[in-house]
Design a protein around this ligand. Structure first.
Ligand code: ADP
Ligand code: MG
Length: 478
């Protein structure tokens, strides 16, 4: 196995990476980093969650020079505010040992802090096109000293909505620059962009299969239009944290509200909300304070959130590409994940067409209580179970099963059992884990029916390692 040092990265960077637990390059990183360090133009295609950000970000941080005020040296373009912020946040701690400064600029927030940062000098600017052009027009910055350009989600940036701005922006950068483009779905539109703005570009492609890309299972359920919400709620309750995608902003808001009525905590993320609301929603979901995030496709690209067990495509994706990027919010960086699409009868033909494009052949089936087991694995969900006294068995009249969520990752089934046994006899505790053994943050406690209400009273909302627990009777789903 090659190391980051062997790929040519300097010690301070390698050291900071390993401090963050990043010790082995993912395949796309091993492929891209040497060429990028050599200053070559690169087109990179690798699956969602395969580590493209560091593939371009690390060599960029090595090569970028110090900027003068208002004259950034490197520019990373991204399609959404959340993604710009995320890229900046991922690279900032790595820029520090290289004595470089990274800042993100995007719309919907105050100009002041962005202008102040630019005036102080930003070496690496991460930006969405709108606010970037806005600040250029205001004279806050100029791009003529930009020597490295990265276009992340390049096929999205090459589509009609963004292309004119992207052209103006890249056209305003230094002629002698390094240009890199990345996406999980580089298509002909991205190729046109490459043709126009790259020179002798090397194409690095990493295929979908590999330990680093995780294991994703695709499921298609045939549902009745008015049962969708119930299915979404049941799926989240049984399988853990999920992002649910809807077609429109209104449907996102409505679903979030309906889930709340069914006892599932959720937030909505879409372009109709203020940036403050969007940021708050994302933080609430990422930190595990709520079980679900309901979003439009604004959250489909690039966003990385830890431990998303499942993506639910509540409304059918607009096209195959959108399906793939939505799906890519789970099973990232080696984790497992499930993608469940809820399909109404009238949508079946469209689904089959989309599956064909994606070279998938997954039957559309009636909803099941458990998600099917993926081929080649022993179970789709592994659980850590501790049984006391009685053998695992269906609930008896005297037994009540409690659903416990928002568990800290490090809590074991044994510890969970101890916690609940203050209130009465615990028969069995279960923590649902990823295949890699990491907790999915929820589980079940089966205890004496008379003690269960006391346990809910005592433990619902109680803090465990700083997180408020959710405890309630497990729903009986037929
Ligand atoms: P992509 O852009 O390909 O969709 P990201 O760059 O967002 O994927 O990376 C997904 C996650 O993987 C991030 O949390 C990132 O920190 C993590 N990651 C990237 N490279 C490595 C690595 N070599 N080892 C461990 N984790 C990594
Ligand atoms: Mg990315």
């Amino acid at each position: 196995m090659t190391t980051f040092a062997q790929l040519g990265l300097p010690y301070p960077l390698v050291h900071t990476l390993s401090g963050a637990g990043v010790t082995e390059p993912f395949p796309i990183q091993a492929a891209v980093i040497p060429d990028a360090l050599a200053g070559r133009d690169i087109s990179g295609r690798a699956p969602t969650g395969s580590g493209k950000t560091l593939a371009f970000g690390l060599p960029l941080l090595v090569r970028v020079s110090r900027a003068k005020p208002g004259r950034p040296r490197a520019l990373i373009l991204a399609p959404t505010r959340e993604l710009a912020e995320q890229i900046s946040a991922e690279l900032a701690p790595l820029a520090t040992p290289m004595a470089r400064q990274v800042t993100a600029i995007y719309g919907g927030v105050a100009y002041g802090p962005q202008k102040d940062a630019l005036r102080r000098g930003v070496d690496v600017l991460v930006a969405t096109p709108g606010r970037l052009e806005d600040l250029i027009a205001q004279g806050t910055l100029a791009l003529d000293e930009v020597e490295i350009v990265v276009i992340d989600e390049a096929d999205r940036m090459a589509d009609m909505g963004f292309l004119p701005a992207v052209r103006r922006i890249v056209g305003a950068t230094c002629q002698q620059r390094q240009t890199m483009m990345f996406s999980a779905t580089l298509d002909s539109e991205a190729a046109a962009l490459s043709h126009r703005y790259q020179r002798n570009a090397v194409l690095h492609e990493v295929a979908a299969i590999g330990a680093q890309t995780g294991q994703v299972q695709h499921v298609f359920w045939r549902v009745d239009e008015h049962d969708r919400v119930e299915h979404v709620a049941g799926l989240i309750e049984r399988n853990g944290r999920a992002i649910a995608f809807t077609r429109t902003r209104r449907r996102a808001d409505r679903l979030a509200k309906q889930l709340g009525l069914l006892g599932i905590s959720s937030v909505a993320l879409h372009g109709g909300r203020t940036q403050a609301q969007r940021t708050k929603a994302l933080a609430a979901f990422a930190s595990g304070r709520v079980q679900a995030m309901v979003a439009t496709d604004v959250a489909a690209r690039g966003i990385h959130i830890e431990a998303v067990a499942m993506v639910i495509q509540v409304d059918l994706a607009a096209d195959a590409k959108s399906y793939l990027h939505r799906a890519g919010r789970t099973a990232r960086a080696g984790a497992d994940g499930t993608v469940v699409s809820l399909i109404a009868g009238s949508e079946e033909r469209e689904v089959l067409r989309m599956q064909k494009q994606l070279q998938m052949r997954t039957p559309i089936v009636a909803p099941t209580r458990e998600l099917p087991v993926r081929k080649g694995s022993s179970s789709s969900v592994r659980t850590e179970v501790e049984t006391k006294g009685v053998a695992p068995q269906p609930q008896t009249a005297e037994e009540q099963s409690l659903y416990v969520s928002n568990l800290p990752w490090e809590v074991t089934a044994h510890e969970l059992g101890e916690l609940f046994s203050q209130y009465g006899k615990v028969n069995q505790t279960t923590i649902v884990t990823h295949r890699n053994g990491r907790s999915r943050g929820f589980g079940f406690v089966n205890m004496h029916a008379l003690a269960a209400p006391k346990a809910i009273d005592g433990l619902h909302g109680a803090h465990l390692n700083g997180r408020p627990l959710t405890v309630r009777p497990a729903r009986q789903v037929a």
